[in-house]
Design a protein around this ligand. Structure first.
Ligand SMILES: [Zn+2]
Length: 252
């Protein structure tokens, strides 16, 4: 599979996902249809689908214009608030994009209808997950329509269960700010220091991997003693709630 990150608005990511075998393509989160269609036309792929992670405008505000320009697109998601949605994907119910297998993972918390898309290419054994505003590089999304228990489930029972070598493509470029917060908590974490050094000259810091996130993302480390000591909570769900509040208040 081929994945092309496209920077849109101030710090959002859209992605073009292409099945190399059939040249079928999907866009993950469309807010700038002109930009998306330009990139797709340069690849020679055929856009057939839109995978929407959640209903926030900066992730699907371009749907209506895109569908008007390309009638017949399948628009997937799990929230009636998504414009032009025509395929409601069920949790863990696989579907195909060409030869790629797509597994929608329901991850309610940032919004109630949030979906992450796990994609497997069986011809190359590559795996990728599009995490929208649930999991970022070194961070997570805000809990607008859920609580720490919901996010704990998303992180530890859903995304954290994916294979370690799964590429992580998130919905925003927040990496440097997230890493500053993480470093304020774990200044001696070597994976964290290495990621910080690596990202300094990068405009685009996706993808990471599930294994990397487990090593430096503080929200995936609420079972570690370092994070529990800082939050003063030995219960990982409570630690996650406290960590979210600390991050909300954090200023670089
Ligand atoms: Zn959002």
């Amino acid at each position: 599979m081929k994945i092309i990150p496209i920077q849109v608005l101030e710090d959002n990511y859209s992605y073009i996902l292409i099945d190399d075998t059939t040249k079928e393509a999907a866009v993950i989160d469309c807010v700038d249809p002109i930009k998306i269609l330009n990139v797709v036309s340069q690849t020679g792929a055929k856009l057939t689908s839109v995978f929407v992670t959640h209903h926030h405008w900066d992730h699907c505000g371009g749907n209506i214009e895109l569908v008007a320009k390309k009638p017949g697109l399948a628009v997937s998601g799990a929230d009636a608030r998504i414009p032009d949605i025509n395929f409601v994907c069920k949790d863990n119910e696989e579907f195909k994009l060409g030869t790629l297998v797509v597994t929608p993972l329901h991850t309610p918390c940032h919004t109630k209808g949030h979906v992450c898309y796990f994609v497997t290419d069986h011809s190359t054994n590559e795996k990728a997950v599009f995490t929208g505003d649930t999991l970022f590089v070194a961070g997570i999304g805000k809990f607008f329509e859920g609580d720490a228990r919901d996010m704990y489930r998303n992180l530890f029972h859903v995304l954290g269960k994916l294979p370690d070598d799964t590429w992580v493509y998130c919905g925003h470029e927040y990496t440097k700010t997230n890493l500053k917060f993480a470093l304020s908590l774990e200044p001696h974490n070597e994976a964290l220091m290495a990621k910080w050094a690596w990202c300094q000259d990068k405009q685009i810091t996706v993808p990471s991997t599930i294994a990397q996130e487990k090593a430096y993302n503080p929200f995936l480390r609420v079972n570690e003693q370092t994070i529990q000591l800082i939050t003063g909570k030995s219960d990982p769900v409570e630690a996650l709630a406290t960590l979210r509040e600390l991050k909300n208040a954090f200023r670089c």
